[in-house]
Design a protein around this ligand. Structure first.
Ligand code: SF4
Length: 198
C-alpha cells in the first residue's frame, strides 16, 4: 500500500537553470509551467542555481509552506547533487528518499545545444517521467549492517581466477568455487592464444 495515496499527493518541482548551462538550451519557464499541470504537482518554480544556499532555502521553505510530500529536482546528474538534495529535503522534515532527480542537464541541455524547441520538449518528458516515478516513492530507513570481510568468487575460469587473485592481493580471504574438477574454464582447452601465441 502506498504511504501517500494519489489524491493526497503534493509534489513540488524545482527547475534549475544552472546559470546558462541548462537555460541556454532549455526554456525553463516553459518547463516550469508544464510541470505545474502534471498530476499530483501542487507547486513548481524555476531557480537560477538550485544547489546554492538560496536555492536550497527555497526548497525547504516550499516544503513547509505548500505542505509538499514529494519533491522533484530537475537539474543535473544525481551523481553530482543527489546527496545535497536528500540532505536538503530531510532538513525540511521530509524523508530523504521522497526526493527524485530529473537530469535535464547532462541528459538534455548539454547534448541538444542547437535546437531549443526539441531540448525543451525532451526536458518536459524527463520531468514528466520523474514526477511519475515520484508518485510511487516510499519513505526509506537507512540501516547499518555488519559485513563479512571476505569474498566468494563463483567460476574458476580466467576471469574468476584473476578476480580471486586481485581480491587476495587486496588482503581479503577468497573462496573460489568451480563446478568442474579443474580450473581454467575455456582457456584450459586452448593450446595457444593470440597475439603472443603462447
Ligand atoms: S543543481 Fe546542478 S544543475 Fe542546478 S546549479 Fe547546481 S550544479 Fe547546476
Amino acid at each position: 500500500m502506498k504511504s501517500v495515496s494519489d489524491k493526497d499527493l503534493r509534489i513540488g518541482v524545482f527547475v534549475c537553470e544552472c546559470g546558462t548551462n541548462i537555460a541556454a538550451s532549455v526554456d525553463c519557464d516553459e518547463a516550469t509551467e508544464f510541470s505545474k499541470k502534471l498530476p499530483g504537482v501542487v507547486f513548481a518554480v524555476k531557480n537560477k542555481y538550485t544547489c546554492s544556499e538560496p536555492g536550497q532555502q527555497e526548497i525547504k521553505k516550499a516544503i513547509v509552506e505548500h505542505k509538499l510530500n514529494k519533491v522533484v529536482i530537475a537539474s543535473c546528474t544525481p551523481r553530482m547533487h543527489e546527496p545535497t538534495f536528500r540532505q536538503c529535503v530531510s532538513e525540511a522534515g521530509l524523508n530523504p528518499y521522497l526526493m527524485e532527480m530529473a537530469n535535464i542537464r547532462e541528459h538534455c541541455s548539454w547534448v541538444h545545444v542547437t535546437d531549443k524547441k526539441k531540448a525543451t520538449d525532451k526536458a518536459k518528458d524527463i520531468i514528466k517521467a520523474a514526477v511519475a516515478r515520484t508518485r510511487n516513492l516510499e519513505p526509506q530507513t537507512e540501516l547499518e549492517v555488519p559485513v563479512t570481510q571476505s569474498a566468494l568468487v563463483i567460476g574458476g575460469g580466467v576471469a574468476g581466477m584473476q578476480a580471486a587473485l586481485d581480491l587476495a592481493d587486496a588482503g581479503y580471504p577468497v573462496h573460489l568455487v568451480e563446478k568442474s574438477p579443474t580450473l581454467g574454464g575455456k582457456m584450459a582447452q586452448l593450446d595457444k592464444v593470440y597475439p603472443s601465441m603462447d
